[in-house]
Write a protein that binds this ligand. Structure first.
Ligand SMILES: [Zn+2]
Ligand SMILES: [Zn+2]
Length: 302
């Protein structure tokens, strides 16, 4: 792992070893606003989309995630998690407790008037014992996505995200890095990214990967494969011309791709929402022989 999170009071000791000092390496999420913003963006994207109904469904989930945080926030002292070399919220550093299941129960119970298909998935999930749910969550956190039904995964992952996102926002550690290699997984929770984003304005066009689980964002240099560090022959595909705000960044060495979303070209971009809405670009990129090196919490069902 190249980005390491250390307690604030150790910063001066470690700073001399860090070669990347000027760049903000890590942004923790803001749970109180993040899901509200996502729901708004999904609703707006649904206005002119061939997958309008699905975007509206995702917007409802994001709204419910915002409500879970509003009505049942968690506040845990996570400072002790910075005493190891592992990402603080990784499973190896923080075993998963059942707490996240309260969010799942509330999420499932909050659906009253919905489609038959969604009702079926919700009923199916409600029949799971706590042990079974824990088992499914652990499979997902370990990246064993084919071990859990994709429709169930959306609800489980959304609840886990609400839990991890709040923990991530409470970490007070500072990020340091000695180089910019091997930045493939989230330095906070060790999960895969969804896409990368060029943040609006203030950071001089720097690129950050957005975590699919804890919603943190971490720095990766531009024009570099986010899966194998290759920097040669990276190509960009888009549905429109060069000025497109959403492109896929494709690597000829490992044949993977990930989307890169440019907020300087469209300030309304929200990573998870825009990644789902541009599903056609995924299909086109996969037709060219590339495989996605990230996951979107709303696109597990195959
Ligand atoms: Zn993360
Ligand atoms: Zn690559």
């Amino acid at each position: 792992m190249s980005i390491k999170i250390i307690p604030q009071d150790q910063l001066e000791l470690q700073a001399t070893n860090s070669v990347i000092k000027q760049i903000p390496l890590l942004f923790y999420p803001s749970p109180k606003t993040l899901y509200i913003h996502r729901a708004e963006r999904l609703t707006s994207l649904a206005n002119n989309s061939p997958i309008s109904d699905y975007l509206k469904f995702c917007a409802i989930i994001a709204e419910k995630q915002a409500n879970l945080i509003k009505h049942n926030p968690i506040d845990i002292d996570v400072s002790c998690l910075l005493n190891s070399d592992r990402p603080p919220l990784s499973l190896a550093n923080l075993p998963l407790k059942n707490t996240w299941q309260d969010y799942l129960t509330s999420l499932l119970n909050s659906f009253s008037d919905t489609t038959q298909q969604i009702t079926l998935v919700i009923d199916q999930l409600k029949k799971n014992s706590s042990l079974e749910l824990q088992d499914k969550a652990l499979h997902l956190l370990k990246g064993e996505f084919d071990r859990v039904d994709g429709n169930e995964t959306i609800f489980i992952w959304s609840s886990l995200s609400v839990y991890y996102c709040q923990l991530a926002s409470q970490i007070k550690g500072k990020a340091i890095a000695e180089n910019t290699d091997k930045l493939w997984l989230c330095p906070v929770c060790n999960s895969m990214p969804t896409a990368s984003v060029i943040q609006l304005g203030s950071h001089n066009g720097l690129r950050y990967l957005h975590c699919s689980l804890c919603e943190s964002e971490w720095y990766v240099p531009r024009v570099k494969c986010t899966c194998c560090d290759n920097m040669k022959g990276i190509q960009y595909l888009s549905l429109e011309k060069e000025l497109a705000a959403t492109k896929t960044e494709c690597c000829d060495v490992c044949h993977s791709y990930l989307k890169i979303l440019d907020q300087d070209k469209d300030p309304h971009i929200e990573v998870i929402a825009d990644d789902i809405a541009s599903l056609i670009l995924d299909i086109k990129t996969e037709e060219e022989g590339f495989a996605k090196s990230g996951i979107n919490p709303f696109i597990f069902a195959k």
